[in-house]
Each structure stands twice: as C-alpha cells, then as structure tokens.
Design a protein around this ligand. Structure first.
Ligand code: ADP
Ligand code: MG
Length: 578
C-alpha cells in the first residue's frame, strides 16, 4: 500500500515534469521559428504571459471551457505577435532583440497593474483539467506544421532570408511579409503554451515569465540545434532530463547548465542535431563519387569551351544573320539619377533593352555600372528619372527588389550570393519563388512542378551531376553557373548580370558568354556589365559606356569603341582592345 503510493507519487512528479517540458517545447518551437528565419527577436516571455493571463481570466472570470480558454490564449498570443511585427518588424539584430525584450518587460509591468491578473500574488484555482491529450496534440500538431513548412517552398524561402535577406528579396521573397507571418506564428505558439501551462499548474504568477526562463529556453533551442525543427523538441528532452539528473548538484544546477551551453555553442553551433547531420553528411561524401572537380571536362557540360562552332553559333554576328536580335523593348529608362549624399553615381542615364537583345554596359571602375543594376533590380530607389517595364511604369517597383523580381527582373551579383550550406538543387529552387505565387503552402502539385523545373535547369546549365553538392564546395566558375541558373529559374523578362566572368580565365569567360547568349533565344532581354571589352563587342548587340555616372557613348559595339570619348575614358584604365 505504502509502496504503491510512493510509486504513484514518483510517477506524479515525473508526469508533471514531462507535462511542463512538453508545454515549454512549444516555446522552444517559437524560438526556433524566429531564429531559423534569422529574426533575432525575444518577445517570448511576454507572449507566454499574454497567453497565460488570457486563459486564466477566460477560465476563472468568464467561466469558459478549457478548450475555449486555451484557444483564447493562443489567439491573444498571435494578436500580440502581429502587433509586434507591425511595430518592430523593420528593426534588425540587437535593436530588435532589445525592443522585444522591452515588450516582455512592459507586459510584466502591465500584469502588476491590470485588474483580474491578481497582480504580484497571481491567481490560483485554475481548473487542472485532464489536459494531457491537448498538450500532446498541440505539440504533435505544431511539430507537424513546422515540418510541413520546412519541406515546402516556404521553408526554402525562410532559409534564404535567414542566410541573405537582400538576395532573398531579389528572388521575389517579400521578407517583411514573412517576418510578420513568423512573428504571428511565434505568438500563437507562445500563447498556446502559456494557456496550457496555467491549466497544468493550476495557478499563474508574474515571477514565472522571467529572464531566467527565457535564457533556459534559448539554451534548450541552441543545444538541440536552432535551425532544425526537431532541435526544439530534442533540446527540451535533453535539458529537462538533465535538470532531473543534476538536481543532485542542487544549487549548482545553473552553473552546470551554463557550462553545457557554452560547450555546445563553442564546439557545435548547430547543436546536437547539427552534430548528427554532420556525421551523416561526411559519411555520405566518402561513399558518394560526386566530389566536384572542374578540371574534369565532363563537369563543364556543353558547349565545351574550345568547341569553336558551338561558341560562334551564339555571337552577335551570327545572331544578327538570323535577325535574332531584339524584339519589343523590355525596359526603357529615362534620365535616371542616383546620388549618395554628394556622390552622383548616375546622372541622367537613359537606355533601352529589348527582348532577345544583349546590352553590354562598360565603363571604368566607379563609373556607376553596379549602381545602375541596383536601380533596375529595385535595390535602390533612384533620386530622379523614370522607367517603363513591359509597357508598365516602374514607379511602384523602384526600391522594392521583391516586386521588381515578380515583375520579371532577375539578377546576379558582382560578388556571388549563394547559400553555401544548401545544395545546388535547393539554391536553384530558391530562384523559383516568384513563380509559385498564389499557391497555398504545402501544395503537392506545385512542389512536383517545381522539382521538374529544377531538374530541367540543372541539365540545361550542365550541373545536373552536382545537384546534391553543397554550393559552398564548388569552384568559383561553377558557383557562377549556379547563380545564373537560379537567376533564370523564374523565366525573367530581363536578366541583369554584374561581372559574370570576373576572375575567370579566357576559356571560362568564352564559355559563360556562349551560355548567356544562348539564353537570348528564350526571348529575355539581358543587360551585362563586364570589363572584357573584346568579349563584350563579340557578343553584345549594343554597348552603353558609362563614365562618372554619365552615358558617354552607346550603340553598335564597333562604332562605340572607336569614339574619342570612350578611348580617352579608358586611357590609363584597362584600355580598349579588340
Ligand atoms: P562600378 O560598378 O561602375 O564600379 P559603382 O556603381 O559600384 O561603380 O559605384 C559608382 C559610384 O557610386 C562610386 O563612386 C561608389 O563609391 C558610389 N557608390 C556606390 N554605391 C554606393 C552606396 N551604397 N553608398 C555610397 N556610395 C556608393
Ligand atoms: Mg561594379
């Protein structure tokens, strides 16, 4: 009799610990949701309190059912998540962290002064209904949702915005809208956790939502692996088991926890799951034969760099003989100016590029070439001038990379911007973002259509054998090729290439230019910035020459390169040689 009572008591203690741990794993998931997207916001304690107090008041004062109280808590959390996102969503880094911590402080202060919260004493007598099913159900559902998102196109877009927000915006990803959605989701999860928790403990008190709990939850996520969905759950299991084990060290528990966290952060920044997936990946590389080696000709794909005929088929003179040069204007810029303080990087630049036309932009360093591409791709809002894209004024597109991308402008960057930890396949898939617009999240048909499209691009760009290799492991030339494949993934109307052959040898350059020219047959217009004047005049239909932000010449390459102004702009520079 006594023994069974003892067993029950021990069981009761562990059951309580397990329930609390599961509830807190929802907070860990909320931390994952934000950190995984590169959002360094820490509103979790405040959102947890909002959920807890909403559910308490609904239960004790409105006498609603357990289910309604929990739903109310979750909704309140989501509402505050949305509110925070609207108010603070444009902040970044430490500013966002501090502002969201301040939000939690404000909630604490509010709790002490709002009636019905029970102020400093808190409130007791919240029905401890049989909530196990609700807890397990919530955790399973939340986990399933996060996994579904992870595997959908959304998941890939979230990784893209975490790794490189600017690049992500140029792929058509509305980073601000994503941040709002993710903050709302974090609010929902925290609100749910708070509401469930008061029904587990039967009481609520303001001291619970303190910085210590936040630190513990952050540690949980970091130990598990902050960029993995399972990291939140694994971290919760490990940390709560540890805290059961290390109760023997009593008051030193905090120190032991601290040491564990420091060790993990120092030696395994992606947590326990990171360590495991590293081991698996390493074994995979040893087994697999797919280590890239660019000197192997088979890696270069067609057309081979020294294959004269395949190169010639795409140069300017050949295309002109087919009259395959230029159709309707894709873009018309009029009098575009761009100043940075006192620096006039562009001064009244006007140009046109038509579909099927390769327009080359040359000019000395600092003449405004990159700035021009930044204006066209929406990175900068020009200080003057106007533009028309496919017959539509560009007024609302300037300064908004994701809108520009969705309107059909795609680009590569002067310094390559790939996500090194993602495979070549996933890097290219990021470029398909703007194509799927309007398709609901885990839509299976859209996914398979996207997969087919990625396979097609991999083959077309001669990188199919590298599909599963991490982009970071590729040589420079291959990285360029992946970036171009990503840029054309969305079938843009206008493609912008900023020094796509910089740092390459002449053979590689010829290969890249042949590939670029081949894209013209798809009907897109292409604007390319490059220093290799000989290559530019061989391939481009027209050249625009910039100097100090001014167009000093434009037109047929042979004519342009003979102009006095162009020659003198280059004197002392790279020199104009053909
Ligand atoms: P290019 O690509 O032709 O070498 P850029 O377009 O990068 O030249 O730069 C043109 C001029 O504008 C340079 O004087 C450069 O210092 C200036 N510039 C470019 N971007 C910025 C910026 N974000 N802030 C201030 N100055 C800039
Ligand atoms: Mg530049």
């Amino acid at each position: 009799m006594e023994l069974s009572a003892q067993i029950l008591e021990i069981f009761g203690v562990y059951a309580f610990a397990a329930r609390s741990a599961l509830v807190l794993s929802l907070v860990a998931m909320a931390i994952y949701v934000l950190l995984n997207a590169g959002i360094f916001a820490l509103p979790h304690m405040g959102l947890l309190a909002v959920g807890a107090y909403t559910a308490t008041i609904l239960s004790l004062d409105a006498h609603v059912s357990f289910a309604l109280a929990v739903l109310g808590g979750a909704m309140a959390g989501m509402f505050f998540g949305l509110l925070l996102a609207a108010l603070l969503g444009r902040l970044n880094g430490i500013y966002l962290a501090i502002a969201t911590l301040a939000f939690s402080e404000a909630i604490s202060a509010a709790v002490l002064n709002i009636p019905l919260t029970g102020a400093a004493q808190g409130r007791v007598g919240i029905p401890r209904s049989s909530s196990d099913l609700a807890i397990v159900g919530s955790v399973v559902l939340a986990m399933a949702l996060l996994l579904a998102v992870r595997r959908s196109r959304l998941g890939l877009s979230i990784v893209a915005m975490r790794e490189d927000a600017l690049m992500a915006r140029h792929q058509g990803i509305d980073v601000f809208a994503y941040r709002i959605g993710l903050m709302a989701l974090a609010g929902l999860l925290c609100g749910l956790a708070g509401a469930l928790n008061v029904h587990v403990t039967g009481f609520v008190e303001p001291g619970f939502f303190n910085f210590g709990l936040l630190a513990h939850m952050l540690a949980t996520v970091v130990v598990g692996g902050m960029i993995y969905v399972g990291g939140a759950l694994l971290g919760t299991i490990v940390m709560s088991t540890l805290s059961q084990l290390v109760t023997v060290v009593g008051e030193y528990q905090g120190i032991v926890n601290g040491l564990i966290i420091m060790t993990v952060v120092a030696f395994a920044p992606y947590g326990l799951i990171g360590v495991v997936s590293d081991v698996i990946r390493r074994r995979h590389v040893f087994d697999g034969s797919s280590t890239p080696n660019e000197s192997d000709a088979s890696f270069l794909g067609a057309p081979a760099a020294n294959d004269e005929t395949s190169l010639k088929t795409h140069d300017r003179k050949y295309r002109q003989s087919l009259s395959a040069h230029g159709g309707e204007p894709v873009i018309e810029l009029t009098n575009i100016s761009m100043s940075f303080g006192g620096i006039h990087a562009l001064q009244g630049v006007s140009l046109t590029c038509s579909s099927g036309e390769l327009l080359g932009v040359i000019g000395p360093n600092g003449s405004g070439k990159t700035t021009l591409l930044n204006v066209i791709s929406g990175a900068y809002d020009p200080t003057g001038g106007s533009g028309v894209l496919n017959g539509r004024p560009m007024k609302d597109l300037f300064g908004s990379p994701h809108r520009m991308a969705r309107a059909g402008i795609s680009r590569t960057f002067q310094t390559i911007r790939l996500v090194d930890d993602l495979s070549v396949r996933d890097n290219i898939a990021i470029g398909l973002h703007s194509m799927d617009e309007g398709v609901p999240v885990p839509a299976i048909p859209a996914m398979s259509r996207r997969d087919n499209e990625v396979e097609r691009l991999l083959h077309e760009h001669g990188i199919a054998h590298l599909a599963d290799v991490s982009a970071g492991e590729l040589s420079y030339g291959l990285r360029r090729r992946v970036e171009i494949a990503r840029a054309v993934a969305s079938s843009p109307k206008l493609l912008l290439l900023d020094e796509p052959t910089a740092g390459m040898d002449p053979q590689e350059r010829a290969d890249v230019f042949a590939r670029i020219a081949a894209l013209l047959f798809k009907g897109m217009g292409i604007i390319v910035v490059e220093h290799d004047v000989a290559m530019m005049s061989q391939y481009c239909d027209r050249l625009v020459v910039l100097d100090f932000g001014l167009v000093i010449a434009s037109g047929d390459p042979d004519g342009v390169l003979r102009e006095e102004a162009v020659i003198s702009a280059y004197v002392g520079g790279q020199g104009v040689s053909q």
